[in-house]
Design a protein around this ligand. Structure first.
Ligand code: 5RP
Length: 290
C-alpha cells in the first residue's frame, strides 16, 4: 500500500503509478480541462513527459513526397512505434486504420502548395477534429512573413478558442520562410508567440541556443526533423534537442526516408524515452536494420 508521502513523491507500486500530488506531467497544462489533459496524456507519455510524433502531413502542400507515396506500405508499419500520428484529414480517413488506437494530431489548416508562393492559409472547421476524435490540432504560423503573419496568428488564436471550448489541444507549427534566420532569437520569438496566442504544444526547429528557446516557452516544444540527414546525424539532432529540453520530436522525412524507417523510428524513440546516447541509438538502428 502507498502511504501519503509515497503518493506525494509519485512512487511506483506494482504495475501502476501512485498519483502525484504535483503538477500535471505536461508543461503549462495545469489549468486545462480534464478532456484536454486526457488528450495530452495520450500524446505525452506520463512516465517520461515526452513524445515521438510521426509527421506525414507533407502531402497537403507537397503532393506525394518521397517516402509518402504509399501510406499503406511505408507509413502504416511505423505507426505502432509512434506515440502520436500527425497527418491531414484526407490521409487519415483513407489510409490510417481506424483501429490503430493512436492519438492523432490533425492538420487543421489548408493553403497554397509548393507550386505557389505562400500567400493564403485558412482554418479548417473544428467539426472535423471532433468527428475524427483527434487528440490535438496542428496549425502553421508564418512568423516574420509580411503577407502571412497576421493571418496565421489570427488562425491560431481562433483555433485555440475552439480547442479550449471542446478540450482539444492545439499545436502551433512554426514555419520558416526562405529569408529568415534559423537562430534562437527567431525560433524563440516564434515559439513564444505560438504559446502566447494559445498553443498548447509548439513544433519548431532545433538551433544553437535551443535551451533558451525552451526556457522562454511555457508549453512543450517538439522538434521537426527537417530535410533528410544521414541516420547518425538525425539521431544526434534528436539527442541534442532532448538534452536541451525538447519534449520530443514530430519527425517525418528523417524517419520515412531512412534506409530503414522501422529501425529508425525505434532508435529515435530510444533517444526520446530511454535517454539513449547517439552511439547507443545508432547501434540500435544498425542492429534492427540487420
Ligand atoms: C511542416 C510540418 C511538417 O509536418 C514537418 O515539418 C515535417 O517534419 P519533417 O521536417 O521532420 O519532415 O509540420 O508544416
Amino acid at each position: 500500500m502507498a502511504d501519503l508521502d509515497d503518493i506525494r513523491e509519485g512512487k511506483k507500486f506494482g504495475t501502476g503509478v501512485a498519483v502525484k500530488n504535483q503538477s500535471f506531467h505536461v508543461k503549462g497544462a495545469d489549468n486545462l480541462t480534464w478532456g484536454a489533459k486526457d488528450r495530452l496524456t495520450r500524446i505525452f507519455n506520463p512516465e517520461t513527459s515526452r513524445t515521438v510524433m510521426l509527421a506525414f502531413d507533407h502531402g497537403f502542400i507537397m503532393g506525394p513526397t518521397s517516402g509518402l507515396e504509399r501510406i499503406d506500405l511505408n507509413i502504416v508499419p511505423l505507426m505502432e512505434y509512434a506515440d502520436c500520428l500527425m497527418c491531414a484529414r484526407g490521409i487519415l480517413q483513407t489510409s490510417v486504420p481506424a483501429n490503430i488506437n493512436k492519438p492523432i494530431c490533425l492538420r487543421s489548416d489548408a493553403g497554397t502548395t509548393i507550386l505557389t508562393e505562400l500567400n493564403d492559409n485558412v482554418l479548417i472547421d473544428i467539426e472535423d477534429a471532433i468527428r475524427f476524435n483527434v487528440s490535438a490540432m496542428a496549425i502553421m504560423l508564418a512568423i516574420g512573413d509580411p503577407a502571412m503573419e497576421a493571418k496565421t496568428v489570427a488562425n491560431l488564436f481562433r483555433l485555440a478558442d475552439l480547442g479550449a471550448k471542446y478540450g482539444i489541444p492545439v499545436m502551433g507549427v512554426t514555419a520558416v520562410g526562405k529569408d529568415m534566420a534559423r537562430d534562437a532569437r527567431y525560433f524563440g520569438l516564434a515559439s513564444r508567440v505560438c504559446a502566447e496566442n494559445g498553443a498548447n504544444i509548439v513544433k519548431t526547429y532545433y538551433c544553437e541556443g535551443f535551451e533558451n528557446v525552451v526556457a522562454a516557452c511555457p508549453v512543450p516544444i517538439v522538434i521537426a526533423g527537417g530535410k533528410k540527414l544521414p541516420e547518425k546525424e538525425a539521431l544526434e539532432l534528436c539527442y541534442m534537442a532532448i538534452n536541451d529540453g525538447a519534449a520530443g520530436v514530430d519527425m517525418g522525412r528523417n524517419v520515412f526516408q531512412s534506409d530503414d524507417p522501422v529501425a529508425m523510428i525505434q532508435a529515435v524513440s530510444a533517444v526520446v524515452h530511454k535517454n539513449y546516447s547517439v552511439d547507443q541509438a545508432f547501434e540500435l538502428f544498425q542492429e534492427l536494420k540487420n
